[in-house]
Write a protein that binds this ligand. Structure first.
Ligand code: APR
Length: 246
């Protein structure tokens, strides 16, 4: 396919390659997406499970749901798409930004990963006590205490993910905006509807980058990128990856 060759050439020649990933990148690993037919937001209401208000209302229900997701993700492995992104991340000038909280990029060895929405394997203090604001990692499945407690103040601990209605860490938004200044901006497996992540491809385009999308289906960004390739990331990415010339 000519498009594949065009994008392979652009990526291999890029001095600054920026990659944005979404739930679609982990779909082939068995991690549910959010907005597909069988997506999480088709079965559950985000306002009941992924907002600070929902947590304040009923922390046990929210933790039950995150515990279920942690159990599911713990059984998943990075797929070929994660491994290709990890290989690209070793290239100088490559930045990888993800909206995913599953850390499969981390397990695939991705260098210098920017996790915009946090990690499902990290917790922080819901009461925001001084010591508990900084998140801590806890990969135990199941978590021994439900709901888990802050080890510093004994208050409620929460998943260290960004919920609807919450701001991202200022440093992350800035770093993501800087990464939009690139030669090639590749967006993979995201429906491109959640901001600020969905704004990055527009910013990259505004700054003169060649923009491309890999997705199973059309998205809100498909009509504005230079090149949109439809297909599974786990099939398409290996075709785009050309092993570096020694
Ligand atoms: N390969 C490529 N794309 C895929 C694949 C696949 N194998 N499977 C699904 N997709 C695409 C879908 O077509 C869809 O466009 O991945 C996209 C997933 O979109 P969403 O479920 O909306 O997930 P995402 O865009 O990552 O959501 C953004 O919303 O719910 C919040 O915080 C949550 O980070 C999340 C954010």
């Amino acid at each position: 396919m000519k498009e594949l060759q065009t994008l392979t050439d652009r990526i291999s020649k890029a001095r600054r390659l920026t990659i944005l990933t979404g739930a679609g990148l982990s779909a082939a690993s068995g991690v549910p997406t959010f907005r597909a037919q069988d997506g999480l937001w088709r079965q559950y209401r985000p306002e009941d499970l992924a907002t600070p208000e929902a947590f304040a209302r009923d922390p046990s229900v929210v933790w039950e749901w995150y515990a279920w997701r942690r159990g599911k993700i713990a059984a998943c492995k990075p797929n070929t798409a994660h491994h290709v992104v990890a290989a690209w991340s070793q290239m100088p000038g490559c930045r990888v930004i993800t909206q995913n909280v599953d850390d499969l990029h981390v397990r695939a060895g991705t260098r210098d990963l920017l996790r915009m929405h946090g990690s499902i394997w990290e917790l922080s203090c819901f009461e925001r006590c001084p010591a508990g604001v900084q998140s801590w990692r806890d990969e135990r499945v199941p978590l021994p205490d439900m709901p888990p407690r802050c080890p510093h103040c004994g208050g409620l601990a929460r998943p260290a993910v960004v919920w609807f209605g919450e701001s991202l860490r200022a440093g992350d938004v800035e770093a993501a905006a800087q990464a939009a200044a690139c030669d090639v901006f590749l967006t993979i497996g995201t429906s491109a509807v959640v901001y600020p992540a969905a704004g990055l491809v527009h910013e990259a385009r505004r700054q003169g980058a060649f923009t491309a999308e890999v997705n199973l289906e059309e998205t809100a960004a498909s009509s504005m990128v230079d090149l949109a390739i439809q297909g599974g990331a786990e099939q398409i990415l290996p075709l785009l990856y050309s092993f570096p010339i020694a």
